[in-house]
Design a protein around this ligand. Structure first.
Ligand code: FBP
Length: 548
């Protein structure tokens, strides 16, 4: 493989570890835990893994550990730093016993059931240290949730001498990992299961999981791109840039990028829902800022739009939930229809009259995108809905009406962008490189101590890495009961943007100024070498959440 000079220099980077992981480790048990809600139901579903204590590590005495095999799985969308979780896990396992073996299951969770694996050697691992991507073993979105899959996985693990699995995934994958841990424990299978918190979306976080890995790097990449676009906008002074950002339902990415770049507008879906704003109200809010800037002769600007926005607009939420039901229950009839127009007519006839009116009012492209294939959870794939284009069309039409009423006298030309895939496989920032390596290393310690049903946890992440607190948190602790596919299920609670927390408050206190007065920040590219304040800083979200 031909490598760039940066890649070669980056390979030599030694990720920083918390002090407690630098030598032999002692496990310290904290108080017993309970789930964040629905305690009785969650305890009944997880009799073997509920209530376990939070674990922290301290420096300890050297111990001998028997050699074993461990399997690792990458699950879901890519996030910068996945390779470093595997490198940290590998180095941790080898430091415990040089004969330990690490197997990567290929292409996501299906690798476990299909018995597709690769033994990870030092040569392979070295090649991927501090690189972005999940290509070392690949990832996938197959869900492990059937007993037959668990038993097949068990058989495959036994044949390889594997006694522990590490699942690197988001909230759903970690929920499934915990169900697997519970099942293996209930049948005394001799396989531990440990999770690692991954997702650029930033929505897998709580008191014990301060951030999911990849969020830091992805936001820094998007912020660099937004900054570049803002500088272009401020130079040419002729375009409004509508920028949709990945992140699924939650607006964490949008909020973080807004804090880093100070755009003219950033829509936060959670606020739209809280205020019960209609689509027309969101459009009005944007058009009013455009008109106000035009009055100052500034016919340009930047607008950040979270990809999940449409799900939070009340009338669209109802429409999408009705569409999900129609797609689930009428799939057999629906797939036989060939033309897009007939498909639209078919679903429109099945909708309630209110939702049919909303559906009919949408441009055809958007109406088509709303009835595309669902994801494995039966939901609309929000990354494929071109909300940024929908808003441009609607804003343009509103501005025309405002012009007639002499409430707008500017020029409007728009460019649309969607940033998502650009940031998911970027070379991890120092923060993500260190955080991920520590998460993987932590998983190796949890395994050596016989733990199962835990997630690797690294806290105090706004301090320097040597002061980070490493340990394990029982996954059941993060769960509540939610309706999925018409049934109540135990799941890790997704973290949405909290409107009363410091990151949103900081944004809300400044956005009116940013809207009218051009106060753009141009963050520039991620720096890997140089002063710590430039290279190692965590996200603004994390810093504000921790009172920094
Ligand atoms: P995960 O939740 O699996 O980490 O994936 C995050 C994400 O990048 C979302 O932001 C986005 O909506 C989705 O994946 C896109 O999925 P796909 O990679 O299947 O297009």
């Amino acid at each position: 493989m031909i490598k760039s000079a940066l890649q070669i220099a980056r390979e030599a980077y030694q990720p920083k570890l918390p002090n407690s992981l630098k030598g032999s480790v002692k496990i310290v048990d904290g108080a017993k835990t309970k789930s964040i809600a629905d305690q009785a139901e969650i305890e009944a579903k997880f009799p073997n893994t509920y209530g376990m204590p939070i674990i922290t590590f301290e420096e300890g005495e050297k111990k001998d550990y028997p050699a074993t095999g461990v399997g690792v799985i990458l699950s879901g969308g890519q996030a910068p730093g996945g390779h470093n979780v595997i490198a940290g896990l590998f180095d941790g396992l080898k430091s415990l016993n040089a004969d330990n073996k690490l197997y990567g299951f290929m292409g996501g969770p299906s690798g476990l059931t299909d018995n597709e694996y690769l033994e990870l050697t030092p040569e392979i691992i070295n090649h991927y240290r501090n690189t972005g991507g999940f290509d070392i073993i690949g990832s996938g979105r197959t869900k492990l949730e059937e007993v037959e899959q668990y038993n097949q996985g068990l058989e495959n693990c036994k044949a390889l001498g594997i006694t522990a699995l590490v699942v690197i995934g988001g909230d759903d994958s970690n929920t499934n990992a915990c169900v697997l841990a519970e099942y293996y424990k209930s049948i005394d299978a001799g396989i531990q299961v440990i999770g690692c918190p991954k997702t650029i979306d930033g929505d897998l976080k709580n008191e014990m999981i301060e951030t999911s890995f990849g969020f830091d790097t992805a936001c820094k990449v998007y912020s660099e791109l937004i900054g570049n676009i803002q500088r272009d906008a401020n130079s040419a002074k002729k375009y409004w840039h509508f920028i949709k950002l990945m992140g699924r339902s939650a607006s964490h990415i949008g909020l973080e990028c807004a804090l880093q770049t100070q755009p003219n507008i950033c829509i936060i879906s959670e606020e739209v829902e809280e205020k019960k704003q209609t689509l027309n109200e969101v459009v009005k809010q944007i058009a009013d800022v455009i008109a106000a800037r035009a009055a100052n002769n500034e016919n340009f600007g930047s607008i950040l739009i979270p990809e999940g926005l449409v799900e939070f607009i009340p009338e669209m939420k109802i429409l999408m939930s009705e569409l999900n039901d129609i797609m689930a229950h009428k799939e057999a009839e629906f797939v036989l229809i060939e033309s897009k127009q007939e498909k639209r007519e078919f679903v429109a006839a099945e909708l309630s009259s209110e939702s049919a009116t909303v559906y009919d009012s949408l441009p055809n492209d958007i109406a088509d995108q709303l009835i595309m294939d669902r994801d494995p959870h039966g939901n609309v794939q929000v990354s494929r809905i071109e909300t940024e284009k929908l808003l441009i069309v609607m804003v343009e039409s509103r501005l025309k009406k405002m012009r007639k009423k002499e409430k707008y006298a500017g020029k409007f030309a728009a460019q649309n962008h969607f940033f998502g895939y650009e940031g998911r496989c970027a070379a991890p920032s120092n923060f993500d490189a260190d955080y991920c390596y520590s998460l993987g290393y932590t998983a190796s310690v949890l395994i050596s101590e016989g733990k199962t049903g835990y997630m690797s946890s690294i806290r105090n992440t706004t301090l320097t890495a040597d002061k980070w607190i490493a340990g394990g948190v029982p996954t059941t602790m993060m769960m509540n009961m939610e309706r999925r596919h018409g049934e109540m299920k135990p799941v890790i609670q997704k973290a949405l943007v909290e409107l009363d927390a410091a990151p949103f408050k900081k944004f809300a206190s400044q956005r009116e100024d940013w809207a009218i007065n051009t106060k753009y920040i141009y963050p520039g590219p991620i720096q890997y070498f140089g002063p710590s304040e430039v290279c190692d800083a965590p996200t603004k979200t994390l810093a504000l959440e921790q009172g920094k």
